[in-house]
Structures are given as structure tokens and as C-alpha cells.
Design a protein around this ligand. Structure first.
Ligand SMILES: NC(=O)c1ccc[n+]([C@@H]2O[C@H](COP(=O)([O-])OP(=O)(O)OC[C@H]3O[C@@H](n4cnc5c(N)ncnc54)[C@H](OP(=O)(O)O)[C@@H]3O)[C@@H](O)[C@H]2O)c1
Length: 331
């Protein structure tokens, strides 16, 4: 053995070559296996808004062969410069990869875009990272099944600049068939940490929209407060330290005020702050906005929610009791 390996280097490489050839032959002898291997580091990205572009960039940075389609061709220019392959027809882009990542404004556009290439969807796995509702997602799953495509839904909780950056606070909710998720998880991890919510396809969107609700409601409240300050010709900046102080207090509200427990157990402790007292304050926020000639639709809708809950007999309970009105409204 030593003579072959060390005294005769040509023989050594020859033997190693034979061993590798046998292994590779074994692996590639089935056409299916070969084509799967070739597909593994390919991805098709449909939709090149800010998010789709960041998604495509992340895959290019990881050495993937990235196929692209977007209604507006010019949005692919930089990506093509970096090695992406643009297809002028969506069917060609879909044909190139097994994994199809979709990033469009909403589910209506998802159908507008994909209906042109339904015959190319057989055997593909579509991962839709576009915003939608859980019900829209369930319908899309049924629709894709008609054409033999697998489906994962995702709600990406990462702003475009952080996609692919492995920020510990960045993650994407996913739901859908667990076996399909397991198979593609490593590819999806290129974008962010994955947070799989379960087999029921609508779950990722449920978590995603619950998160967006916090975002939209918070930003609106924050901006309205700055507008109240600005209405007195005071720079919004003057309120910044107080805003910061309140934001520092929020973790206490979320973690220590037992909101989830109170909602789960339907016990709404009003011993320190009753809803009746909060309603009086909410009316003043509405009136202050009205006096300042600002739009008061958001404070007013909060006031109405508090009022209705007090009317239902929860005045001595805590603010969390508004969930009783929210639930009833949704029923
Ligand atoms: N941006 C973010 O911070 C962020 C963060 C998390 C999640 N998301 C989600 O990611 C998804 C994409 O976000 P984005 O910021 O990239 O959104 P966007 O700017 O709305 O991008 C939309 C994409 O949809 C395409 N599109 C819109 N209308 C179309 C139509 N009628 N026909 C064909 N294509 C159409 C656009 O094509 P054209 O280029 O031709 O207009 C573009 O590719 C959204 O669902 C969003 O909720 C975004």
C-alpha cells in the first residue's frame, strides 16, 4: 500500500480518481438524482421590489444560480450585473429551478403573475413571502395543488437591508407541509432565521399579521403624538426623550403586565388602572387632537373601543378587557 501511495504518486492519484469516479457514478447514475443535485443551488426569485432584490442578492452572495423575473425589467439590472439570470417570460424563470421564491405586493398580484405559467409549476415548490391573509394563503395552496406544486407560506420579519445578514433579531415565519419545509430549510436560512409555525398553511400569515398590527398601531401612535407636539409649533424633536422613555417602559407593559395570561384566562386586573379611568384619558387624547385641528380618527377609534367595553360592564377591569369587545366584533 505504502509503495502505491508514496513511492508511486501517479498510482496514488489514479486510485483516488477511480474511487471518486465510482462514488460519483453511483450518485449520478439515476437521472432524477442528478437533476436534483443540479437544482440544489438554484433558486428562482419572482418579484424584484426592494424585498425581492434583497432576497436575490442574498442567494447570489451565497453562490446560488439565481433566476429572476419581474414585471419591470430594469429592477433586475444590478442583479444581472452580479450574476443573476433574468428571463423575460416567467415560465422560463420557473422552469430553471425547483425552488421558486415569490415576493410580490399581495396575493391578487400572485395570481396575475403566476397564471401565465401554471403548466410549468408541476413538481416545483413555491415559497410565497408576499403579504396576505391566512384565508388567501389557504386558497393559494389549493390553487397550486391543482398544478402539482408544493407550497410554503412565509412572513418575512426582516427589512430588506437585513435580509441575508444573519441578524439575531431577524426571522421569517413559515408554515406548510413539514417535510417540504425540512427539505428547503437550509436554503431558506440564507435569508434569515426560520421560525416554522406548523403544517396548517395559514399560520405563518397569522403570526405575521399579528406582528404587523403591533408595528402599524405603534408607528401610528408615535406619529400622532409627534403631530400633537408639532401642532403647538414646537419641534417634534422636543418630545423625543419622552417618547424614548415611554418606549423603554413598553417591555414592562408586555412582560410584567400579564397581558397574554389575562387574555388566556379572561381575568383583567383593574386594581391599579381601571378601564373607566383609561376611557376618561382616551377622550382627552381625542379632544386634544380635535382642538389642534389634527386627524383624530385613530384616538377616536381607541376611545370607542374603550367606551363599548365599559358599556359591557368591564369599567372596573383593566385595559386588557377590551379584548372582549375585539373578539365580539370579530365574531
Ligand atoms: N419592504 C419591506 O420592508 C418588507 C418587509 C417585510 C415584508 N415585506 C413584504 O415583501 C413583499 C414585497 O415587498 P416589497 O417591499 O418588495 O414590495 P413592493 O415594492 O410592493 O414590490 C412589489 C413587487 O410586486 C410587483 N408588482 C406589483 N404590482 C404588480 C402587478 N400588477 N403585476 C405584476 N407585478 C406587480 C412589483 O413589480 P414592478 O417592479 O414591476 O412594479 C414588485 O416586483 C410584500 O408583500 C411585503 O409586505 C416587505
Amino acid at each position: 500500500m505504502n509503495r502505491i501511495f508514496y513511492a508511486d504518486p501517479g498510482g496514488y492519484y489514479f486510485h483516488i480518481g477511480i474511487i471518486f469516479s465510482v462514488i460519483l457514478f453511483g450518485f449520478f447514475k439515476s437521472e432524477v438524482c442528478f437533476s436534483k443535485f443540479m437544482m440544489m443551488n438554484r433558486v428562482t426569485v419572482i418579484g424584484l421590489g426592494p424585498m425581492g432584490q434583497s432576497i436575490a442578492k442574498s442567494y447570489l452572495a451565497k453562490g446560488y444560480e439565481v433566476h429572476l423575473w419581474n414585471r419591470t425589467r430594469s429592477k433586475a439590472d444590478d442583479l444581472v450585473q452580479s450574476g443573476g439570470i433574468f428571463h423575460s417570460h416567467i415560465s422560463a424563470a420557473i422552469n430553471e429551478s425547483e425552488l421558486i421564491i415569490v415576493s410580490l405586493t399581495n396575493y391578487d398580484i400572485f395570481y396575475v403573475v403566476l397564471h401565465e405559467s401554471t403548466e410549468n409549476l408541476q413538481g416545483k415548490v413555491v415559497v410565497n413571502l408576499s403579504s396576505g391573509t391566512p384565508e388567501e394563503v389557504r386558497k393559494a395552496k389549493d390553487w397550486l395543488e391543482l398544478f402539482g406544486a408544493g407550497f410554503l407560506s412565509g412572513g418575512i420579519m426582516v427589512p430588506p437591508p437585513l435580509v441575508g445578514k444573519k441578524d439575531p433579531n431577524s426571522y421569517t415565519f413559515y408554515s406548510g407541509d413539514k417535510a417540504v419545509f425540512d427539505r428547503y430549510q437550509s436554503h431558506l436560512e440564507v435569508l434569515s432565521r426560520t421560525d416554522y409555525k406548523g403544517d396548517e398553511i395559514g399560520l405563518a400569515m397569522l403570526f405575521y399579521q399579528a406582528s404587523l398590527n403591533v408595528l402599524y398601531a405603534s408607528i401610528t401612535g408615535i406619529v400622532q403624538s409627534y403631530a400633537i407636539i408639532k401642532s403647538a409649533n414646537i419641534d417634534a424633536k422636543a418630545f423625543e426623550p419622552y417618547m424614548q422613555g415611554f418606549l423603554n417602559f413598553l417591555p414592562y407593559l408586555v412582560q410584567d403586565a400579564n397581558i397574554p395570561e389575562e387574555i388566556d384566562t379572561k381575568t383583567y386586573d383593574g386594581s391599579q388602572q381601571s378601564l373607566k379611568m383609561m376611557l376618561a384619558g382616551a377622550k382627552h387624547v381625542t379632544e386634544t387632537s380635535r382642538e389642534a385641528h389634527l386627524d383624530y380618527s385613530v384616538p377616536e377609534s381607541i376611545e370607542k373601543l374603550f367606551q363599548e367595553t365599559v358599556n359591557s360592564g368591564f369599567g372596573e377591569n383593566g385595559t386588557t378587557s377590551i379584548v372582549e369587545t375585539i373578539r365580539r366584533t370579530n365574531a
